[in-house]
Design a binder for this molecule. Structure first.
Ligand code: XMP
Length: 434
């Protein structure tokens, strides 16, 4: 391995990921591990140069006081003990609140005391992963559910680099993707990267299953279950593949909680595969934060539009076509979304707004067309800025941009007679309408 590592031990702090990010920003690789790491586990980690004991409020978790294991104190490695309570006690260093001071403290520890090299970069990461993947895979075959999202696309590109045509990608088009998305997946992976790509057009199948189902949770369940069924059918046809690649990334792991952190959320996405499928997993991105995944994708030559695309829910446009999905309204969502994306890009806002999309509810209102009353659907425009999707603000879009989007949707999308802009922040609203 090419990279030095600083280990962060989680002693009940909520700032593990933040410190990890700050150290990686210095160009040094970090991993977060539980406080009771054993000597064997520590020895198995490559190139550890130092350990940060990252405490929360007085290192108490659920009323129980915790400390790092003896293995840590006996490791002989440089240790930095920090406490986020604001009180400096028992030899702990108080954690500076100020960004520049924090950076100085970390930088001094990492480079002066641990003598770590700043060699964490994407070229080294890719070189390491290619070697590790080749070692794990050998001459076997690997399967990947390629949704076209950032994470699965980057995993695909990495595996193609490492094992080429030993990888088979399955792209399930559930009919709820955005305009042009399935075509882009086929173009990039089959045509440009020469991947083995099985493209499954399952749109009719999904829409039939969803017919008449209005309850949002029920819709999500049907889409998730059907996705697994389609994928399993394809996997069965490819007898003998035992290895499954997955686009798990670091926040998925950190957010599901280490031993001391409470379960934050378990994010079940479409593409989440059943646990009883008997596969050995390859998860080469599991130590990367989202921006690092994107940088990896760029380094591997994926198109910017794929790497920097905005978040998109697994159940896709299904959560934006409110109530029971009909083909007619689904097309309205897809078409208006394409117009919105085009106009936001034209206005130069596509990199600065975090997420933007359209929603079509399942009611109509009166309008007038060719001198006659008409009952047609509204389109709701949604745009948000956020750091972590837990809270969100609505950007003040320029009136001229809003008007252009509105005029185009009214002129080009059949069946729409109104366009509204949702001004609600989260909370109390959510980002999606469902
Ligand atoms: P809400 O509506 O809860 O959405 O404010 C927060 C963010 O999560 C996205 N979202 C999903 N992402 N799988 C995902 O990967 C999903 O099933 C899913 N549902 C919602 C949503 O687009 C927003 O960015």
């Amino acid at each position: 391995m090419q990279q030095d590592m600083i280990v962060i031990l989680d002693l009940g702090s909520e700032q593990n990921a933040q410190i990890a990010r700050e150290i990686r920003a210095l160009g040094v690789y970090t991993e977060i591990h539980p406080h009771d790491i054993t000597a064997e586990q520590l020895a198995a980690l490559p190139s550890v140069r130092g350990i940060i004991l990252n405490g929360g409020k007085n290192r108490v978790v659920d009323g129980v006081s915790i400390d790092a294991s003896d293995a840590v104190y006996q490791s002989g490695l440089p240790l930095l003990a920090v406490d986020h309570s604001g009180k400096a006690e028992g030899g702990l260093e108080r954690w500076p609140e100020e960004d520049t001071q924090r950076k100085e403290t970390l930088s001094h520890f990492v480079f002066e005391r641990c003598k770590a090299s700043a060699n964490w970069n994407m070229q080294n990461f890719i070189a390491d992963q290619v070697e590790l993947i080749r070692r794990q895979v050998g001459d076997r075959k690997v399967l990947l559910a390629l949704s076209g999202g950032v994470d699965s696309s980057v995993v695909a590109a990495l595996l193609i680099k490492a094992v080429g045509d030993q990888l088979t990608c399955v792209h399930v088009n559930h009919g709820l993707l955005r305009l042009g998305e399935p075509e882009q997946v086929v173009e990039v992976f089959r045509e440009q990267l020469q991947a083995n790509l099985i493209y499954v057009d399952a749109a009719d199948r999904f829409l039939q299953k969803l017919e008449g189902v209005a309850d949002p949770e029920q819709k999500r369940k049907i889409i998730g279950a059907e996705f697994i069924r389609v994928f399993e059918e394809e996997a069965r046809k490819l007898e003998g593949i035992r290895l499954l690649a997955q686009g798990t990334i670091y926040p998925d792991i950190v957010e599901s909680g280490t031993k001391t952190a409470k379960m934050v959320k378990s994010h079940h996405n479409v593409g989440g595969l059943p646990e009883d499928m008997d596969f050995e997993l390859i998860e080469p991105l599991k130590m990367l934060f989202k921006d690092e995944v994107r940088a990896c994708g760029v380094e591997l030559g994926l198109p910017e539009g794929m790497v920097y695309r905005q978040p998109f829910p697994g159940p896709g446009l299904g959560v934006r076509c409110l109530g029971a999905i009909t083909r007619e309204r689904l097309e309205m969502v897809r078409h208006s979304d394409a117009i919105l994306r085009e106009e936001i890009a034209k206005a130069g806002l596509d990199k600065s707004i975090w997420q933007y999309f359209t929603v079509v509810p399942d009611f109509q209102s009166v309008g007038v067309r060719e001198n006659a009353r008409c009952f047609e659907y509204p389109v709701i425009l949604r745009a948000v800025n956020t750091i972590d999707a837990m809270t969100a603000e609505v950007p003040s879009l320029d009136w001229a941009v809003l008007r252009r989007i509105t005029n185009r949707i009214l002129a080009e999308v059949p069946g729409i007679n109104r366009v509204c802009y949702d001004l609600s922040p989260k909370p109390p609203a959510t980002i999606e309408w469902e």
